[in-house]
Design a protein around this ligand. Structure first.
Ligand SMILES: NC(=O)c1ccc[n+]([C@@H]2O[C@H](COP(=O)([O-])OP(=O)(O)OC[C@H]3O[C@@H](n4cnc5c(N)ncnc54)[C@H](O)[C@@H]3O)[C@@H](O)[C@H]2O)c1
Ligand SMILES: [Zn+2]
Length: 357
């Protein structure tokens, strides 16, 4: 097992990463939770796959467990779902000291986290992420939210968990496309902060694809460590966290223009290549490094360009993105693999050229 500590004064918390950890969750929860009652929020897919080992461990540690489920899907990350969960929590006599365990991918993590942040003005939250994306990205950093109308992820809070337990064994059942989605964020993290880790990914790609437990533990540990480090330096998203948006400025615009018909990881993959091409055109990034990024993403099975995009519409969508400051589009560009910087000085023709392939 590997451990990371996210340093945020009184809100500091640990991240535990390793195979089979859900089967030991009871003992770790004893250390961070008072009382003997817990509520798990999950969906039926994850419940069927993961909850047995967890429940045994929790009852073995003396906890009384209530399980609440929401249907599977991004559309259930909503105020309606939160409302239903508040009623069910009340029905289960959950109190201010009753911890909520978010067992699932980023959708469950965001929704259960939002409910934990708001029910009785806040109850203890524990994240038990079960997708690669949730283990390396969404369970860390304390952003919890629901969607509401056109407001995606915009009704929410900063609310830190007491503990994150990432059991890498559960990643074996993830569908291929969900796994690739998570790998896009893994590659992103390596590019923004850690060139050695990028080389590790290149050398171990076959084992990663086979979901070798030891290699996955290392991948989650290194990626979660990068996110933990960045968010600890910028708890409320006022500056440093910008670098986590590498590939996301163009990526979000691609998602909007395809009516979210394309997966987030695929859009981010194409967005990272476009940003690297911009850096290459500006003479900042070497051709060899652009080629390494493209090769790794292709080898993972992620797209490096999206066919049939209308670059005018993409630029229009970027102008409406929340990362715009005073009308300028903010880009995160690589200087090298492992080092990025933030700039608002990219000309639109250059963006068009980068999108054109
Ligand atoms: N809070 C943050 O900082 C943050 C960061 C990034 C993304 N997000 C949010 O995360 C969400 C996306 O998360 P996601 O990619 O995990 O999607 P998801 O939660 O929808 O999970 C993807 C699918 O995998 C299933 N699943 C979960 N665990 C499984 C397992 N072990 N085996 C098999 N199937 C499993 C889920 O039921 C679902 O069908 C979005 O709503 C996004 O806005 C939040
Ligand atoms: Zn992302």
């Amino acid at each position: 097992m590997k451990k990371i500590r996210v340093e945020l004064d009184s809100r500091s918390y640990g991240i535990l990463i390793g195979p089979g950890l859900l089967g030991q969750a009871g003992q770790w929860l004893k250390e961070v939770c008072s009382g003997d009652r817990l509520v798990i929020i999950t969906n039926h897919v994850v419940q069927g796959l993961c909850s047995n080992r967890l429940s045994e461990s929790l009852s073995g540690a003396g906890f009384q467990v209530t399980v609440l489920t929401v249907p599977d899907g991004e559309e259930y990350k909503s105020l309606d779902s939160a409302g239903r969960l508040y009623a069910e929590l009340t029905g289960a006599y959950a109190e201010r000291s009753t911890p909520i365990l978010a067992l699932g991918g980023g959708v469950i993590g965001d929704l259960a986290g939002f409910v934990a942040a708001t029910y009785l003005r806040g109850v203890p939250l524990v994240q038990l992420p079960t997708t690669l994306l949730a283990q390396v990205d969404s369970s860390i950093g304390g952003k919890v939210a629901v969607n509401h109308g056109q407001l995606k992820n915009k009704i929410g809070a900063f609310y830190q968990p007491r503990l994150v337990i990432s059991d890498t064994t559960v990643l074996k059942t993830l569908p291929e496309d969900e796994f690739a989605n998570g790998l896009a964020e893994v590659v992103k993290s390596a590019v923004i902060r850690d060139g050695d880790f990028f080389s590790f990914l290149e050398s171990n790609l076959e084992k990663i694809k086979q979901r070798d437990e030891d290699v996955l533990e290392e991948v989650v540990f290194r990626t979660a460590g990068i996110k933990a480090d960045v968010v600890a330096g910028d708890e409320l998203d006022l500056g440093l966290r910008n670098i986590l948006n590498f590939g996301h400025t163009i990526g979000h615009a691609i998602e909007t223009n395809t009516d979210f018909g394309i997966a987030h990881g695929q859009a981010v993959s194409a967005g990272m290549v476009a940003a690297a091409r911009i850096a290459r055109e500006l003479g900042i990034l070497g051709g060899g490094e652009l080629a390494r990024l493209t090769r790794l993403l292709e080898a993972i099975g992620l797209p490096v360009a999206i066919k049939g995009l209308d670059s005018d519409k993409i630029i229009e969508a970027m102008k409406h993105d929340k990362k715009i400051v005073a009308g300028k589009i903010r880009f995160v560009l690589p200087r090298a693999i492992g080092d990025v910087f933030v700039t608002e000085e990219v000309s639109l023709p250059l963006v068009e050229k980068a999108l054109g392939g």
